[in-house]
Design a protein around this ligand. Structure first.
Ligand code: DGL
Length: 273
């Protein structure tokens, strides 16, 4: 296989990165993908920098063994905490979800008040504010950590009164301060997009960084001469999914989100990498 036709590696702490995979499949359908969801160790958002970095490095080593041509860090927490260090160590084109999300939010706001919801690690890193300030100086950014939303999504409670109630408690604070744009700063949250939109109201733009991430990924591959055009040779293993635990549960979840035939998932002992 030529380098162009090698797969793109995508990872997240669990199912959240599937929201990014779905967008990559839509925007660059001729690409192969190897996905890793760290379902045994999710959530990342409550863990320390050292742990998040160690986990991310292990996954990158696993993806490198699968001979990927580029890596998408489809996890805001890992993008916020570990991406810089990974970029320093790994000689592969790499993209995270935070910078693309910040860029879209700056373009979307009219009143200059952007809310960002994410994990504790992402929100306390202040990384969205840092990137938003690079794009514009007159914007107020208000962050709110929503730690309980990730386990609710991992449990598949996408439309459930419990998820509604918890999301409402987190979001009330942001509604009160009149944001007009809200970044879904965790790749799990687009899976409860409808619930979040209902709570914040139709006048608030919800930004899902996945779209812009896939667009920038395509650009990055083009510039590196790495775009695949080998549709005929993609074969049945064009999309491969790996997890660190609970492969069957993950497979069912993935199939409910990505309507691409039947996806299979395999378990990997990620601690070996
Ligand atoms: N989906 C991830 C994110 O975008 C991580 C959630 C977690 O593991 O806490 O931040």
């Amino acid at each position: 296989m030529t380098e162009k036709d090698a797969p793109i590696g995508v990872f997240d702490s669990g199912v959240g990165g599937l929201t990014v995979v779905k967008e990559i499949m839509r925007q660059i359908p001729n690409e192969r993908i190897v996905y890793f969801g760290d379902t045994a160790r999710v959530p990342y958002g409550t863990k320390s920098k050292a742990t998040i970095t160690r986990y991310s490095e292990q996954i990158v080593r696993f993806l490198q063994k699968s001979q990927v041509k580029a890596i998408v860090v489809a996890c805001n927490t890992a993008s916020a905490i570990a991406l810089e260090e990974l970029e320093g160590k790994v000689k592969l084109p790499m993209i995270g979800v935070v910078k693309p999300g910040a860029k879209v939010a700056v373009g979307a706001t009219q009143n200059g008040r952007i809310g960002i919801i994410g994990t504790e690690a992402t929100v306390s890193s202040g990384i969205y504010t840092k990137y938003i300030e690079q794009f514009s100086h007159n914007i107020k950014v208000i962050g709110k950590a929503c730690p309980l939303l990730v386990p609710l999504v991992e449990e598949g409670l996408l439309q459930d009164p419990v998820t509604d109630e918890i999301a409402k408690r987190y979001l009330d604070e942001l509604i009160d301060i009149d944001i007009d744009t809200l970044i879904l700063g965790c790749t799990h949250y687009p899976l409860i997009h409808t619930t979040i939109q209902r709570i914040v109201g139709e006048n608030v733009n919800l930004v899902n960084p996945a779209y812009e991430t896939a667009r920038e990924l395509k650009e990055m591959l083009k510039q590196g001469g790495l775009i695949s055009n080998n549709e005929a040779g993609l074969g049945s293993d064009r999309y491969r999914f790996y997890v660190s635990d609970g492969a069957d549960k993950f497979k069912n979840f993935a199939n409910s989100i990505i309507k691409y035939g039947i996806l299979t998932a395999k378990t990997v002992n990620i601690e070996e990498f």
